[in-house]
Every structure is written in C-alpha cells, then in structure tokens.
Design a protein around this ligand. Structure first.
Ligand SMILES: NC(=O)c1ccc[n+]([C@@H]2O[C@H](COP(=O)([O-])OP(=O)(O)OC[C@H]3O[C@@H](n4cnc5c(N)ncnc54)[C@H](O)[C@@H]3O)[C@@H](O)[C@H]2O)c1
Length: 166
C-alpha cells in the first residue's frame, strides 16, 4: 500500500526529489538492505526539501474539478491542504481521492458556504484551531450561470457574484 502511494508520488515529482523517492522505494522493497531509521531519514529529507512544507492551504470549492487539481499540486509541493465546499458529498469524494494519492494526514476537509460570513469565520477558526493557522487561501468556489443576457435572473446573478467575490 505504502509503495503504491509512493509510486504515485514519484509520478507527480520532478528533479532531485524524484531520485530520493525512487531510492526510498528501492530500499523499502528490500527491507534487509537498510534500517528503518535510514528509510525514515530519506523520507524526512525529501519532505523537508519541499517548497510548501509546513504551510497550511485552504481551498474553497475544493469538491470541484479545479479544486481537486489545485489540492493535488499543493500537496505535491508539501503543504497541508484543507478542502472546503458547500457540497459535503463532493467534498468526501475528493477527500478520499486525495488521501489515496497523498498522505492522509495532510488532507483535511470542512464544509461551509462561502456566501455565509459567519460560517466562513467559524470554518476558518476551526481550521486554525486544528492546524495552528492558515498560510494560503485559494478562493476557488464558483458557480456557472449560462443564459442569454435578456433572460438573466438578477437574483441568480447576485448569487454568482456572492459566491465568487463576497
Ligand atoms: N471549468 C472551467 O472551465 C472554468 C473556467 C473559468 C473559471 N472557472 C472557475 O474556476 C472555479 C472552479 O471551477 P470548476 O470547473 O472546478 O467548477 P466545479 O463546479 O467543479 O467546482 C466548483 C465548486 O464550488 C462549490 N461551490 C459552489 N457554491 C459554493 C458556495 N456557496 N460555497 C462553497 N462552495 C461552493 C461547488 O459545490 C463545487 O464543488 C470556479 O470559480 C469557476 O467559476 C472555471
């Protein structure tokens, strides 16, 4: 299982980190060749050399397609990622996909509506309490409204603007 996760990581990794991961897998598959403390050091060195290691990133609209892609990139760069969305089932699906590819421990989820100021405040406070702060926010939540200009419903348009900008 761990080998599968690391192999997925290698596919997403470039440069010197790729070599570290490859050597980690090589020795992991041959446990007699290296002690576990050496294996741990290799992994520790690899994670500590990542650009966003130790940073906490929150992505709104994290249950969507682009949110998933952003989360993957931030996780690959070493961040702890919190995906948030109004839709709990989408959130759960994306969360389990990400946890399969990356360390489960670095992916969290929280549901709130970005147009609800109090819910956002509560959500951010909860994340800060759990993870010790927030370093990066990606305001990605959005909805598409496709209609002819003469058919646009002003309330729906206000809602689109509220989700995207409020
Ligand atoms: N896909 C495109 O071609 C495209 C093009 C330009 C801009 N965008 C923008 O990029 C962002 C992501 O797009 P996507 O393609 O991943 O869309 P998507 O529909 O897959 O994801 C958007 C997510 O936002 C969530 N969301 C909607 N209202 C919310 C609210 N009130 N509070 C919290 N979450 C809410 C939805 O549940 C959904 O999971 C959106 O802002 C979109 O407008 C997308």
């Amino acid at each position: 299982m761990i080998e599968k996760k690391l192999k997925n990581k290698i596919m997403l990794t470039q440069g010197p980190q790729k070599h570290f991961l490859e050597s980690y897998i090589f020795f992991r598959l041959r446990p007699s060749s290296l002690s576990s403390s050496v294996l741990q050091s290799i992994l520790k060195f690899w994670t500590s050399s990542l650009l966003l290691q130790g940073q906490v990133a929150v992505i709104t609209g994290g249950g969507g397609a682009i949110g998933f892609g952003i989360a993957k990139q931030l996780l690959t760069a070493g961040a702890v990622v919190v995906i948030s969305d109004i839709d709990n089932s989408r959130l759960q699906k994306v969360h389990s996909l990400l946890a399969e590819i990356h360390d489960e421990i670095r992916v969290e989820r929280i549901a709130f509506d970005v147009t609800d100021y109090q819910a956002v405040e509560k959500g951010f406070a909860e994340i800060s309490r759990r993870l010790g702060g927030i370093d990066i926010v990606v305001p990605n939540a959005g909805i598409a409204l496709v209609a002819k200009i003469e058919d646009l419903n002003p309330n729906k348009l206000d809602h689109v603007i509220a989700v995207k900008l409020k």
